[in-house]
Design a protein around this ligand. Structure first.
Ligand code: ADP
Ligand code: ASP
Ligand code: MG
Length: 451
């Protein structure tokens, strides 16, 4: 059974990082790896921001530098020719006349796909150069999606069939397939993308299609940590997570995993391992079906900012059927995803990540009741299988941040998360304090044993 190894942007940031990836792949050579790679770090952002080709000089320079440093002169020249062709195509796309919004998104996907196409082409060449037989496979021939440009949904039967027919022959010939993450195409062959951070999802889709023994996500931290390390530098690696825990953490802001990654893994019972490409021998996090409970009950704290909450109050809700359907149909019509929902007798509160359609949504909701919108909110999610049936977690959360106003309190249906909204400005402070409350004990023990 093969394994999927996905390398994020920072794992292919420069020549040294590419070399490091080659070393990691070489170590797994016997496991028949399929490699999925993101664009070089920062490249997706540059492609999205570019309005003319001159703005992408640095992007092309960075690819060229890796090729020159790691490939034989003739191979490097060949890659640089491909780079020039890519630049010409991007320039043409950027010059296309102003488009309707739907076409604009399709154009954007076409431009941004070059990040992954180039990194995968380059990585395949680097692997060959290091003696690992590898071949770039165009991910757009494997991941077949609907036409929701910039956040397309894969069509599973087509994606599975295509991935198998594209990749199995390569594997059988003893060659490592290297695919760009994040990108796909419609049935008609038009380029799409799976949404920001979507390379993890590509890895899971390919893993499910091939029935791999493990999906490895190689990134710049040692696994899933007890909190976002940018806010809590002392956050520690969580050694094991259940699928449910990992899905909740990813959904509520732990950027280390794209939220959709876990579903294909669950459906096919494939373990997901999150490892650090800068410290490949550290164990990282293993995500699997086990529902091991942590002695401290809470496994990790996730958070996300930029959330909008909406409250709809209406006496018409009382004893009426069809009200909630009418309410959620408004969001459906405007293709807006609702995250957390709480209800009382006469009101419904919910949270949204994407508030772009909000003015139109509010206008329709006002037909149903009084609407209150609060922007600049954040969601915090405390996760652990052990939360189920453990009394007192809510009390500990509330007493730790008793001076912060908490709304939209919800305990997920699976009872492994405890989620609530607060104002965005206070989220860092709240996460630091909650981390201290739930994880300080271990640190004290560690400190003692270090003395
Ligand atoms: P990649 O480019 O490899 O996909 P990402 O930047 O998408 O990497 O994800 C890794 C980053 O996720 C880490 O560098 C870290 O800053 C951030 N992160 C946020 N929350 C967590 C968490 N709970 N555990 C680990 N990393 C987290
Ligand atoms: N390169 C894409 C992004 O930056 C996909 C990914 O990195 O997962 O969003
Ligand atoms: Mg990522």
């Amino acid at each position: 059974m093969p394994v999927v190894m996905k390398f994020g942007g920072t794992s292919v940031a420069d020549a040294a990082a590419f070399e490091n990836v080659a070393r990691i792949v070489a170590n797994e050579r016997d496991a028949a790896p399929v490699v999925v790679v993101s664009a070089m770090s920062g490249v997706t952002d540059s492609l999205l921001a570019a309005t003319n080709i001159a703005a992408l000089e640095n992007v092309f320079d960075r690819h060229r530098a890796v090729a020159r440093e790691l490939l034989d002169a003739s191979k490097a020249d060949h890659f640089i020719d491909r780079l020039r062709e890519a630049a010409d195509k991007i320039a043409t796309l950027l010059q296309s006349p102003a488009q309707k919004p739907a076409e604009h998104k399709s154009l954007q996907d076409a431009v941004v796909s070059f990040g992954e196409t180039l990194s995968s082409t380059l990585l395949a060449e680097v692997l060959n150069q290091k003696g690992i037989k590898a071949r770039q496979v165009d991910a757009r021939r494997c991941i077949i999606t609907d036409e929701e440009f910039t956040s397309a949904t894969p069509l599973m039967p087509e994606t599975f069939a295509q991935s198998q027919s594209e990749l199995i022959p390569v594997l059988k010939s003893g060659v490592v397939p290297v695919l760009g993450g994040f990108i796909g195409s419609t049935k008609r062959g038009v380029t799409t993308t799976l949404g920001r951070g979507g390379s993890d999802y590509t890895a899971a889709l390919i893993g499910a299609a091939l029935g791999v023994s493990e999906i490895q996500i190689w990134t710049d931290v040692t696994g899933v940590l007890t909190a976002d390390p940018r806010i809590v530098p002392s956050a520690q690696t969580v050694e094991r997570l259940s699928y449910g825990e990992a899905a909740e953490l990813a959904y509520f802001g732990a950027k280390v995993l794209h939220p959709k990654t876990i579903q294909p893994a669950i459906e096919n019972s494939i373990p997901v391992r999150i490892c650090n490409s800068r410290a490949p021998h550290e164990l990282g996090t293993l995500v699997g079906p086990e529902t091991e409970t942590s002695p401290r009950t809470v496994k990790a704290i996730a958070h996300k900012t930029g959330v909008t909450t909406v409250q709809i109050t209406s006496a018409r809700m009382l004893g009426a059927y069809g009200f909630l359907r009418a309410l959620f149909e408004v969001f459906e019509r405007h293709r807006t995803v609702v995250d957390v929902v709480t209800t009382s007798e006469v009101s419904v509160s919910l949270s949204l990540d994407d508030a772009s359609a909000l003015p139109a949504i509010v206008a329709e909701l006002e037909q149903l009741g009084t609407v209150r919108v609060e922007k600049g909110r954040a969601i915090i999610c405390v996760v652990g299988e052990g939360l189920r049936g453990t009394p007192g977690i809510a009390a500990r959360v509330f007493s730790t941040i008793s001076d912060i106003n908490v709304t939209l309190i919800s305990q997920g249906a699976s009872s492994i998360n405890f989620t609530f909204a607060i104002e965005e400005e206070r989220v860092k402070e709240a996460v630091i304090r909650l981390h201290e409350e739930f994880f300080a004990t271990k640190r004290h023990i560690t400190n003692k044993s270090n003395q």
